[in-house]
Design a binder for this molecule. Structure first.
Ligand code: IPM
Ligand code: MG
Length: 381
């Protein structure tokens, strides 16, 4: 029942649990391809430590070329203890950072949603996190991650000096601010911009420029500012005060892990990394779970695939304009959690512990049931 042009998804399973969680998500992609009127084709390429092992490069040129061609990219995870002693230039993380930079994926969307069924799985009290729905927007191609000068030098007296540079330009701040304001307009109309303007000049500039865009282009969005240390505290004190949070690369890295824990498990959090529209109207986009490669549980079939599956839901919504399909997938995940099926990271008393593949199968079974219901509603039977 394909009615729309096929789309091509590049799979980058990567390292650790990446291949396992991507494999489950591929089954979900196939389900949508067969049942929802749009064909998705997929191909795989190497990235991260596994790419380094095979080619000596964590981001081989073939992978980059395939990434440029794909309609969207789904990445598992990169990194692992095995590669920790490698030079920075060939570390698995460089594969991911290289993709972000090469495709100019400057806007990283990290929603933190606490599913009602998981309110008890968070280390915070259920009354603090139940119903949580915030969106962290992290700038992804600038800041101390990419700023120069960088490196470690040995001084004449033999001591060493390590340098990284926190840097932003006004166009970089403006474009990420607009992403935040636009999204807030579709949500609850509030943006909190996070910085360290009391100490760091570059972030004081960030604050002023975000304010400027707010005042001139988005007068109907309520903009507030917060220092990053306070923001970390407020996230665990009263996270529901936030709607959209926008911040730079390094603060966003830290705050989004913190926000992830509010939802019960790092295994639940999807993300989208988006670039600017090109001349053909295409927006480069990479979707990935926020969790890492978890080498300690890799290959055991116990990892939670939900963050990757929900990343595909984000892909349906942001890359393919298929909001209804995304809703369907999110509903299927919600209902599976409500039925008490849990992977090890979110298991609780009275729930049924399952592995990666069983979780994937349970979600497909829910999709199937929801689609059948939908059909019977349509046909009146
Ligand atoms: C993330 C990760 C990455 C980052 C690593 C793997 C390079 O922590 O996506 O949050 O620091 O951005
Ligand atoms: Mg991180």
């Amino acid at each position: 029942m394909s009615t729309a042009a096929p789309a091509h998804i590049l799979l980058l399973p990567g390292d650790g649990i990446g291949p396992e969680v991507v494999a489950e998500t591929t089954k979900i992609i196939d389900w949508f391809s067969k049942n929802r009127g749009k064909t998705f084709t997929t191909s795989s390429a190497l990235v991260g430590g596994s790419a380094y092992d095979e080619t000596g490069n964590p981001l081989p040129p073939e992978t980059l070329e395939a990434a440029h061609k794909a309609d969207a990219i789904l990445l598992g995870a990169v990194g692992g203890t095995k590669w920790e002693s490698l030079d920075y230039s060939v570390r698995p993380e460089r594969g991911l950072l290289g993709l972000r930079k090469e495709l100019q994926l400057f806007a990283n969307l990290r929603p933190a949603i606490c599913f009602p069924a998981l309110a008890k799985a968070s280390t915070l009290k259920p009354e603090v996190v139940a119903g949580l729905d915030i969106m962290i927007i992290r700038e992804l191609t600038g800041d101390i991650y990419f700023g120069t000068p960088r490196g470690v030098e040995t001084l004449p007296d033999g001591t060493r000096r390590g340098i990284n540079t926190m840097v932003y330009t006004t166009p970089e701040v403006h474009r990420i601010a607009r992403v935040a304001f636009d999204l807030a307009g579709k949500r609850n109309g509030r943006v909190c911009s996070v910085d360290k303007a009391n100490v760091l000049e570059s972030t004081e500039m960030w604050r002023e420029e975000v304010q400027k865009i707010g005042d001139t282009e988005y007068p109907n969005i309520a903009l507030s500012h917060m220092y990053v240390d306070n923001a970390a505290m407020q996230l665990v004190r009263n996270p529901r005060q936030f709607d959209v949070m926008v911040t730079g690369n390094i603060f966003g890295d830290i705050l989004s892990d913190c926000a992830a824990m509010l939802t019960g498990s790092l295994g639940m959090l999807p993300s989208a990394s988006l670039g600017a529209k090109d001349a053909n109207g295409k927006i480069p986009a990479l979707y990935e779970p926020v969790h890492g490669s978890a080498p300690d549980i890799a290959g055991k079939g116990v990892a939670n695939p939900i963050a990757t599956i929900l990343s595909f839901a984000m892909m349906l919504r942001y890359s393919f304009g298929r909001g209804a399909c995304a809703d369907l997938l999110e509903t299927a995940v919600t209902e599976v959690l409500e039925s008490g099926i849990r992977t090890a990271d979110i298991v609780e008393e009275g729930s049924r512990k399952v592995g990666t593949a069983e979780m994937g199968a349970a979600i497909i079974a829910r999709l199937q049931a929801l689609a059948a219901q939908d059909q019977s509603l349509k046909t009146g039977s």
